[in-house]
Design a protein around this ligand. Structure first.
Ligand code: G3P
Ligand code: MG
Length: 239
């Protein structure tokens, strides 16, 4: 799965990074992050602050869509992407349009983005992409809200650390997948997820040795990666 689009070769969470991921047949799925603009539009962006990946400054939540659209989200990565805009979720849904599964990470933190869940779901429904999208979040209450509004759209619990009662957490919100931080993955964790029949996603793996370690636990997993090409090059070489 391409993390923030194919973010190792294009600026993260932009239409360019997503187009590249769509064009590459070896990439199975795409992950993006979303937040809400000041005027309530779901927009595709990772950090809460604009400074690292745009020429803007300050908190995203204090800017309107028009203000955010005026920013350059490409030059920080490479001059060839100068002028790249921050895309809205709607633009990304139109582009992906069910060609590959889209994992939409809600960057919700408590009540920071009131209405983010409903607005996201309304867009997914408007484009008829309920079966091609999974809603994912570190904020598990946000996923519970999603379950109440749209039980038909799959949910992915993102986890950091070594959670206890993992299967119970998954069952509580009827998640189809969990997304685990790679360094914490061990055989016991993998075995309990396999027993539970849960899709296993591992973030974020760019190092082929790390991919080999996790693959040695014997389960089918989906690696989330900034540089998926580094993983499949190694696989091809081994064959
Ligand atoms: O897929 C989960 C992963 O994207 C979570 O981390 O910070 O890259 O959104 P982050
Ligand atoms: Mg993410």
């Amino acid at each position: 799965m391409a993390h923030r689009g194919w973010s190792g070769i294009a600026p993260e969470n932009t239409l360019s990074s997503i187009k590249l991921a769509l064009e590459e047949p070896k990439i199975h799925a795409i992950e993006i992050d979303i937040q809400l603009t000041k005027d309530g539009v779901p927009i595709v962006f990772h950090d809460k602050i604009l400074d690292r990946t745009t020429n803007g400054t300050g908190a995203l939540k204090n800017k309107t869509l028009a203000e955010l659209k005026a920013l350059d989200a490409g030059s920080w990565f490479d001059e060839q992407f100068a002028g790249e805009e921050i895309p809205t979720l709607e633009e990304v849904l139109q582009l992906v349009n069910g060609q590959k599964p889209l994992y939409i990470e809600l960057k919700q933190v408590g009540d920071l983005y009131l209405g983010l869940e409903l607005k996201t779901i309304e867009l997914i429904r408007r484009y008829g992409l309920e079966d091609q999208c999974s809603l994912i979040s570190f904020d598990h209450k946000s996923l519970q809200t999603c379950m109440k509004i749209a039980p038909e759209i799959s949910r992915t619990l993102v986890m950091m650390g070594s959670p206890l009662l993992l299967a119970e957490q998954v069952n509580e919100i009827q998640a189809t997948s969990v997304s685990m931080y790679a360094e914490y993955i061990d055989q016991l964790m993998i075995d309990s997820l396999v027993r539970n029949g849960t899709e296993i996603v591992i973030w974020t793996v760019d190092d082929p040795a790390e991919a080999d370690r996790i693959a040695s636990y014997g389960a089918d997993v989906l690696f989330t990666s900034n540089r998926p090409d580094q993983l499949w090059t190694r696989e091809a070489a081994m064959v």
